[in-house]
Design a binder for this molecule. Structure first.
Ligand code: UDP
Ligand code: MG
Length: 321
């Protein structure tokens, strides 16, 4: 691309990461210095930590780091807004200062050593470079299986995601700007990014274990995330309700024939078991259908409210240039 030494911002969302952050910072800043030294990226490049309303000392650590070094910047959200929103906040802050932004989790489960490769791909003309995990041995069996099921289901439902790619990716300035144009509240960034249409590429790495601290994605958050991912991008569940409705019509017709036969044979009263069975069945499916439709109505509700995604409390290190 036209820019040989682009300004790189590495955006790191952090939620209660006081244990992991010092080590992660050490490794990230070393990498950044190295890359600047090799003139792969401009010396204005920075690490941007987004504190997603942590209740521990995360912001204190970021604040200290930003005071020590002008290669560190921070954004503090006023309250916990979730990983995806924190990431958007970070990208929105970074895009004003950088040519390219790499997003990565604070626990450094994703191999930071492929960042130079990502930058190379950018220089080759790619706007988005996905970090893709080669294998997930370090994740628990449960996480691996549920994640695998999730990706397969997404594919079936017609949502284009890159398998084994989370939110570790490089984006050019114009890709970030395009992403920020998606104003929806139910965010599933990795589903949007594939829709932007810019030239993309992948780099591969092995995922390692969490550097310190524990996962900030308990099962219920993961489930919510999966449901968001599906209902924000696919209307197939609604069509499923329709299909079930047609199926019920067919069953109802068969029932009608059955009842008529029973009537003419003088055995109408004995139809009671099938009747009571169908009442229950129909009731159940109506409720399931309503549940699915309710999910979409809920989405419409949150979209039309058009609430801000996050609220920035303080920033540091962003206005020094
Ligand atoms: N995170 C966040 N807000 C949240 C939950 C998580 O900013 O409400 C951040 C967290 O600090 C980490 C990243 O999102 O940098 C991914 O979380 P984690 O590593 O705990 O998830 P896992 O790798 O277990 O899926
Ligand atoms: Mg993690």
């Amino acid at each position: 691309m036209e820019n040989d030494t682009p300004i790189l911002y590495i955006v790191v969302p952090c939620f209660n990461e006081q244990e992991a952050l010092p080590q992660s910072h050490e490794r990230l800043s070393q990498l950044l210095d190295e890359m600047i030294g090799q003139e792969r990226i401009a010396c204005e490049s920075k690490l941007l930590y987004v504190d997603d309303g942590s209740r521990d000392d995360t912001w204190k650590i970021v604040d200290n780091l930003a005071h020590e070094s002008n290669r560190v910047a921070g954004v503090k959200l006023a309250c916990n807004s979730g990983h995806q929103n924190a990431l958007m906040a970070g990208l929105a802050a970074a895009v004003e200062h950088c040519d390219i932004a790499v997003s990565i989790d604070a626990d450094l489960q994703d191999d930071i050593n492929v960042i130079p490769q990502m930058v190379e791909r950018y220089k080759d003309g790619c706007d988005i470079v996905f970090g893709v995990r080669r294998e997930r041995k370090s994740d628990t069996w449960f996480k691996r299986t549920t994640a695998g099921m999730f990706y397969r289901m997404m594919k079936r439902l017609g949502v284009s995601t890159i398998e084994n790619h989370a939110d570790y990716r490089l984006m050019s300035r114009r890709a970030v700007l395009a992403l920020l144009d998606y104003k929806e509240r139910n965010l599933f960034i990795r589903g949007i990014v594939t829709k932007l249409g810019y030239k993309t590429d992948c780099v591969y790495y092995d995922r390692s274990a969490r550097i310190a601290g524990e996962s900030k994605y308990p099962l219920c958050k993961m489930m919510n995330f999966a449901i968001d991912g599906i209902t924000s991008f696919s209307v197939k569940p609604v069509r499923l309700v329709f299909t079930v409705g047609v199926l019920f019509l067919v069953i109802a017709l068969i029932m009608l024939i059955y009842v008529l036969c029973a009537y003419f044979m003088g055995r109408a009263v004995s139809g009671w078991p099938s009747l009571i069975l169908s009442i229950w069945l129909v009731g159940a499916f109506v409720l399931i259908g309503l549940g699915i439709i309710g999910e979409y109505v809920g989405k419409i509700y949150t979209e039309v409210k058009n609430r801000p995604r996050y609220n920035v409390d303080t920033t540091i290190g962003l206005d020094k240039e």
